[in-house]
Ligand binder design. Sequence first.
Ligand code: SF4
Length: 365
Amino acid sequence: MDRPHLRDIPVTRLAAELESRGFEKAAPRAHQLGIAIHRDGARSFDELPRLEFGREFRRKLEESFELTPRIVESQIRRASDAHTTKWLVRLAGGDAVEFVMIKHWDDHTLCVSSQAGCAMGCTFCATGTMGLRRNLAAGEITEAIVHAERETGKRITDVVFMGMGEPLHNYDSVMTACVNMNERGGHGISRRRITISTVGLPHAIRRMTSERRIWRMHVSLHSAVQETRERIIPVAKLYQLPDLLDAVREHQAAMKVKWVTLQYVALPGVNMDEAHVEALGRELNGIKYILNVIPWNDTGTGGFRAPTWDEVRAFTGRLRSLNCPVKVRYSAGKREGMGCGQLAAETRSVVPSGHMIAPPGIFSA
Ligand code: SF4
């Protein structure tokens, strides 16, 4: 029998996994084990509390499962604002990913990566220039929480999938990771504090809806004009805007989401003029949404430029006609390359070359 990594197993299935391998008292053991490896962050069998898990139990566990650390810290950077910390970590096989912790009062939000690189190729995003190198396993995603908590001594209160990768393109691992973040026998993070940010894959949004996945979802719209979307999000060529917006409407209705959050990266000369504001008003009919305007962080990609404060103010002034809540979100740590869309610079310098790069065309509805 193969030895799955304990962190890759949904805690809701842990008891069945133990039972199938002949463990006794599987249900209470599974609960204790889930807490030990997720919330308490044990990274090896030796780190399991000896009082709760006797020698014989640990020996048998070791025969049946893996529990080795799979991310190794390569670099850690703290922003000058003292609220943001970024880790660059190496994965088995040599690829690297980044994750960022942002402190806000007593809350600590971890922005996690779901893939090494990304196949979506968004032209404003540094990660998009890397291509897809590989998906992360569920346990590699949640190990970022364990790593950040051990390093800082702080409890992670919120998780956002806004690091490297498109989370819905690594659907199964991301959903398992979310279950283990949320369950009381896992990290115990509130479902309202787990956010999946997607570039907008309608078939995957519909799958989330039909499976009644309860995590918060943010959709990176960036434009309500199909041609502009295609220019800045190449994968949008495969998914027409009406289909995406229908998937969002269905999700909002079925999951009783009061407000859908739509992300809108502000790119002067591209998506901030009157025509784009009118398109928002026209296309988003029937969706109750909050618009998160993110002034572009300079990533040196796509030939774009960052908007000035006056340009952002003029744009949000035009948005008033839409009668929807608008938030302007400046990225924490952006001066140090830790902001939205900036994750990749250090990664590119450590990853080996020659990996497969998946073109956007691999997606199908
Ligand atoms: S913005 Fe997100 S989906 Fe687009 S390339 Fe970057 S990481 Fe991928």
